[in-house]
Design a protein around this ligand. Structure first.
Ligand code: MN3
Length: 201
């Protein structure tokens, strides 16, 4: 059975970004619901038992038709949020270094150029969705709980949740303030590890 991953930091430790109540709702309620519904899909399709969520998403077109929408929405919700928590850290912020900084500056001219482009894409998502930094340096967006790996793309380095449930409690309709605050908690060390995994494969 899939389980809600615990956070490596406190609910109240990202206050420059979002407060304790929002973090608790987002992790304990929203993410838990994706886990519960994902488990219900697997219960109804026992041949899927024991497979990793990444494996289910990468091979989604080969799954039973009856499972595909549930895996896309709830498997995606579980995968996306699991990665999102790892993109945040109370010690985050600043800039990446090394190969990851090179990737970004080669593509966007400067770190600030990247921030500006990522922010523009975040504000451009209509309705609910996600923004991603891919290992080729591209910034892409997905709708709902769609995820790059289910679209045949590489595993992302970084993601930002731009569903209203991710910010409404603290920011109301001001997605731009939420995105601006996010940069102060981005865990670049974890993103660099994911980039190294990509370069090593
Ligand atoms: Mn969310």
């Amino acid at each position: 059975m899939f389980e809600l991953p615990s956070l490596s930091y406190g609910y109240d430790s990202l206050r420059g970004f979002v407060g304790e109540e929002l973090m608790k709702f987002h992790h304990d309620k929203h993410h838990q619901t994706y886990v519960d519904k994902l488990n219900a899909v697997v219960d109804a399709n026992p041949e899927l038992k024991g497979r990793l969520v990444e494996d289910l998403l990468v091979n989604i077109n080969g799954l039973p038709i009856s499972a595909q929408v549930g895996i896309r929405n709830h498997g995606g919700g579980h995968y996306n949020h699991s990665l999102f928590w790892q993109c945040l850290s109370p010690k985050g912020g600043g800039q990446p270094t090394g190969e990851l900084l090179n990737l970004i500056t080669n593509k966007y001219g400067s770190f600030q150029g990247f921030v500006d482009e990522f922010t523009t894409k975040s504000l451009g998502v209509f309705g609910s969705g996600w923004v991603w930094l891919q290992p080729n340096g591209e910034i892409i967006t997905t709708a709902n709980q769609d995820t790059p790996i289910a679209q045949g793309l590489d595993a992302p380095l970084l993601c930002l949740d731009v569903w209203e449930h991710a910010y409404y409690l603290d920011y109301k309709n001001k997605r731009d303030d939420y995105v601006r605050a996010w940069w102060s908690v981005v865990d670049w060390e974890n993103a660099a590890k994911r980039y190294q995994t990509f370069l090593d494969k």
